[in-house]
Design a protein around this ligand. Structure first.
Ligand code: RFL
Ligand code: PHB
Length: 391
């Protein structure tokens, strides 16, 4: 098979760039290791910035998001189950907001759009290998049952997430990796219950951080900070609800609607960046090149800016023979990626309980939070990062 762009990974990054390129008459093939059902069963992001929403519209996939997504103009930060203060995103970001719309729904919309346009998305591929990336004729092979298949292309997009094969195809002496592992994870529960709060609550508490989020007015998403040694099976639904309530202000705990979990999983928290994001004719995008702890809701949104830069660079190449965008892609994408890294690290450090915290650190956290709510400049910094820095 021959195509212009071979995309590894059928998550949001891979599907979005495939769809955008298609609309510009650029041909691509998406290779996905899992089935569509498996990809759609992963419960991940919930908060989208406007830049992402604009890209979805440009990809002609924004209709359901407009209809079903909720616009949020602020969120709450609670402390020690006592205070609860609102971050007014709209006021402090100069009129911006975020959209609450699940990654699952967004991915479903992208799959449907690809199917409607006859997009080539090949599922359940095994042993994907990238070849001759430095040459003008790269190709990708994969196993389909007993058969090895080959796709010749101009470019490869590595959109195969943190555990994918693309980043690992870059020689070790070329790639520099920066990593920070946090000594805890998030235990997440999805439940068919009315959300406890119309706006998200980020809860700082000595027992550990908690987050009240939602997917709709009948679907709640909650998280609690847990030690890395904990397993999903250690947490019954009852134990989860009990611990969540302990970390929230009493009035929220009292009105918390509980119910059976539809999904329950633990995600370890990690910050990670791989540089550069280009090697020959391979371009990394999204989680394959960088990961953030979910505290600042930046992960998927950082993937979106990669896709924005890469899509425009590829269009300039194919339509005008202009390669400046492709040549500058890695530096441009990384500049924004590192800002999202800083913000996610800061929000994580502000709100979590670190096992090795000394009383001095705890006081600094107190002061950081007090400063935030006493300074318009600090609030503006939080707001402009949370709604998303410009692409
Ligand atoms: P994905 O979603 O991991 O998709 C990669 C795809 O590649 C496939 N794959 C392969 N395919 C072929 N061959 C191989 N060798 C392959 N290896 C892997 C995989 O099966 C998969 O389908 O990466 P992508 O597309 O870059 O998207 C990134 C986002 O998924 C991620 O950044 C967000 O989910 C992060 N995130 C959040 N981001 C936000 O912007 N806002 C949020 O509110 C938010 N909340 C979250 C989050 C992530 C979380 N977890 C579980 C890590 C909340 C959580 C709990
Ligand atoms: C979510 O709804 O899954 C979510 C929301 C905000 C975050 C992280 C996750 O910061």
């Amino acid at each position: 098979m021959k195509t212009q762009v071979c995309i590894i990974g059928g998550g949001p990054s891979g599907l979005l760039i495939s769809q955008l390129l298609h609309l510009q008459g650029i041909d691509s093939v998406v290779l996905e290791r899992h089935s569509r059902e498996y990809v759609l069963a992963r419960i991940r992001a919930g908060v989208l910035e406007h830049g992402f929403a604009d890209l979805m519209r440009e990809a002609k996939c924004g209709e359901r998001m407009e209809r079903e997504g909720e616009i949020h103009e602020g969120f709450f930060i609670s402390d020690a189950g006592v205070t609860k203060r609102r971050v007014d995103l709209k006021k402090y970001s100069g009129g911006n907001s975020v959209i609450v719309y699940g990654q699952t729904e967004l991915t479903r919309d992208l799959y449907d759009a690809r199917a409607n346009m006859g997009g080539k998305v090949i599922h359940n591929v095994e042993d994907v290998k990238l070849h001759d990336l430095k040459s003008g004729a790269p190709y990708v092979t994969y196993r389909d049952g007993d058969e090895i298949k080959r796709i010749d292309c101009d470019y490869v997009v590595g959109a195969d997430g943190f555990h994918g094969v693309s980043r690992k195809s870059i020689p070790k002496d070329v790639l520099k990796e920066y990593e920070k592992i946090y000594p805890f994870g998030w235990l997440g529960v999805l439940s068919r219950t009315k959300p406890v709060s119309p706006e998200l609550i980020y809860a700082r508490h000595e027992r550990g951080f908690a987050l009240c989020s939602l997917r709709s007015q009948v679907l709640s998403r909650y998280y609690i900070q847990v030690p890395l040694t904990d397993k999903e099976e250690d947490w019954s639904d009852e134990a989860f609800w009990e611990e969540l309530k302990k970390r929230l202000p009493a009035e929220d705990a009292a009105k918390m609607q509980t119910g059976p979990s539809i999904e329950k999983s633990i995600a370890p928290l990690r910050s990670f960046v791989a540089e550069p994001m280009r090697y020959g004719n391979l371009f990394l995008a999204g989680d394959s090149a960088h990961i953030v702890p979910p505290t600042g809701a930046r992960g998927l949104n950082s993937a979106a800016s990669d896709i924005y830069y890469l899509y425009h660079a590829m269009v300039a190449h194919y339509k005008k023979g202009d390669d400046r965008g492709l040549d500058g892609y890695s530096a441009k994408a990384l500049a924004r990626v590192w800002k999202a890294q800083r913000f996610s690290w800061w929000m994580t450090t502000l709100l979590h309980t670190f096992p090795d915290t000394i009383p001095y650190d705890r006081r600094l956290q107190d002061i950081d939070l007090d400063y935030l709510f006493s300074s318009d400049a600090a609030m503006a910094s939080l707001a402009e990062n949370y709604v998303g820095l410009p692409f």
